[in-house]
Ligand binder design. Structure first.
Ligand code: HEM
Length: 138
């Protein structure tokens, strides 16, 4: 897994993220995709109010980017998510993390008008260090 990213790569992902909110809400689309992505994932979200959680999730995705960037705010935030998703709290089994990445990239491919497969791969690479860290804290 790639651990270091150039400023240019981080900028590309941040710009793509911003473009995804121009027409529609990326987060709502992402949540709908992830819930459908695996039969065991849907029950985790059965009591979730998507409108209430969407701002937190937008912030959470930002944190994964900041984590890859190596800034302190990103580390701090991913540390909290690592705990909230661990076996003692929401108990999100690490086997679901690949579905999270795939669902996010799928939603981005639909909403970023400048999407390319290469950009999708870069997105997957950039969110991976945070996900690896969260999964290891299960
Ligand atoms: C890097 C990956 C992930 C990030 C950044 C992330 C981010 C977040 C954030 C910011 C929240 C709201 C704050 C909190 O409750 O701590 C949240 C809640 C939640 N996440 Fe994740 N998450 C990730 C992976 C997953 C995966 C793979 C699942 C799979 C089932 C999942 C299921 C949930 C659930 C069920 C909630 C609670 C929703 C509610 O409040 O009803 N998350 N996540």
């Amino acid at each position: 897994m790639k651990k270091e990213f150039t400023k240019q790569e981080i900028r590309q992902v941040k710009r793509s993220f911003a473009r995804c909110f121009i027409k529609e809400d990326l987060i709502l689309r992402f949540l709908n995709i992830i819930v459908e992505s695996h039969p065991e994932i849907a029950p985790h979200f059965k009591n979730t109010d998507f409108d209430q959680i969407k701002l937190l999730l937008r912030q959470g995705i930002n944190c994964t980017i900041m984590y890859a960037e190596g800034v302190f705010a990103g580390e701090f935030c991913i540390e909290e998510l690592r705990v909230s998703h661990d076996r003692k709290h929401m108990a999100i089994n690490p086997k679901y993390y690949p579905y999270w990445i795939r669902s996010l990239v799928q939603a981005i491919s639909e909403l970023d008008p400048e999407y390319t497969d290469e950009l999708g791969e870069l997105w997957a690479e950039v969110v991976s260090p945070a996900i690896y860290y969260m999964a290891n804290g299960y």
